[in-house]
Design a protein around this ligand. Structure first.
Ligand code: UDP
Length: 327
């Protein structure tokens, strides 16, 4: 049985990756420090023999007994609100955490895939974004702690690949959504759906003309799986190229949820990218991958998930900070 370590395993993407690799017959070693992750996302896996959980912060030395075939590094705060609350941890998990996992991959002769992001392109001046674009990032803005940690992560991963011959993969993840997103992570999809369910107005930042392209989680996970199994070590964009403005998107959520609330406009956060759309030519050619789930279908499933949450989660946790869990 192949053994895979997944960091950030209790998070949104990490937990779906745990499901995927369990389904594929792997022994999954899940790791999370639970600052932004939630054990509820993986508790259904605890009874399985081929699943184990380690409560650990990967910014500190990582030890795994026995052999390892693969490592997926998905530990990181991943929303602008999170980086504002825990900027130092965001920098550390992308830099020190990645360094530790590269060391582990080298020691165990394991293949390591790191989760990079469309944020490496910053507020892009090239549209759609190809992997060759170097980006337009403000290193000292509020998003700098995430963007620069992820850029450093790519750099150190390439250095370990070139200098130490470590077998590495780099996925650049564009906006992804689905069940198990956190209601209080500030991202636009949980924000809008949560607001609709609580009977609050939908908060569009700026004039809503900024665009995003949303990928359903099952498509994202399939793309990551194919990249891990491929022989390609340079970065690959995985995302859904179907682009929409945030104000049009708010209208879609209004008709999906049937809310009678209205859209209200708030100030645009600093360095909020004006447009974002992945060029997925590489993923299509190299991995024979493209997204299959359209926004209408994916949003319906996501809406059902948020609707199924209990009142405590929907009302109290939506506005709760996780800072009290920090040391
Ligand atoms: N956004 C918004 N209202 C909200 C939350 C987000 O209009 O309540 C906007 C945000 O300013 C950004 C877009 O939606 O332009 C996507 O935001 P998200 O945080 O989901 O992801 P990112 O900006 O990192 O792509």
């Amino acid at each position: 049985m192949k053994r895979i370590l997944i960091t950030g395993a209790a998070g949104f993407l990490g937990s779906h990756l745990c499901d995927k690799f369990i389904e594929k017959g792997f022994h999954v070693i899940a790791m999370d420090n639970l600052i932004t992750g939630d054990l509820k996302n993986i508790e259904h896996l605890f009874p399985l023999e081929n699943f184990e959980f380690h409560h650990h912060d990967v910014s500190k030395f990582v030890h795994i007994a026995g052999n390892l075939d693969y490592i997926l590094h998905f530990a990181s705060p991943a929303s602008p609100i999170d980086y504002l609350k825990i900027p130092i941890q965001t920098l550390k998990v992308g830099s020190l955490g990645t360094h530790n996992l590269l060391g582990l991959a080298k020691e165990k002769d394991a293949r390591l895939l790191i989760a990079s992001t469309s944020e490496v392109y910053g507020d892009p001046l090239v549209h759609p974004q190809t992997e060759e674009y170097y980006g337009n990032v403000n290193p000292i803005g509020p998003r700098g702690v995430y963007d620069e940690a992820k850029r450093f992560q790519e750099a150190i991963t390439m250095a370990y690949h070139t200098f130490h011959g470590v077998d590495t993969r780099i996925v650049r993840i564009f906006n992804t959504y689905g069940p198990r997103m956190r209601l209080n992570d500030g991202r636009v999809i949980p924000a809008f759906i949560g607001q609709a369910l609580r009977g609050e107005d939908l908060t569009v930042f700026g004039d809503g003309s900024q665009t995003r392209s949303f990928c359903y989680v099952d498509d994202q996970v399939e793309g990551i799986y194919r990249l891990l199994m491929s022989g390609y070590h340079l970065p690959v964009n995985i995302g859904n190229p179907n682009e929409i403005s945030i104000s049009e998107f708010a209208e879609e959520i209004i008709s999906l949820t049937g809310t009678t609330q209205k859209v209200i406009y708030k100030e645009l956060p600093v360095d909020d990218p004006m447009q974002r759309q992945p060029d997925i030519t590489k993923a299509k050619n190299l991995l024979d991958w493209e997204p299959k789930v359209g926004r209408e279908e994916g949003l319906k499933i996501t809406y059902e998930y948020f609707k199924s949450l209990d009142e405590n989660t929907l009302y109290k946790q939506a506005h709760k900070s996780f800072e009290k869990y920090m040391k």
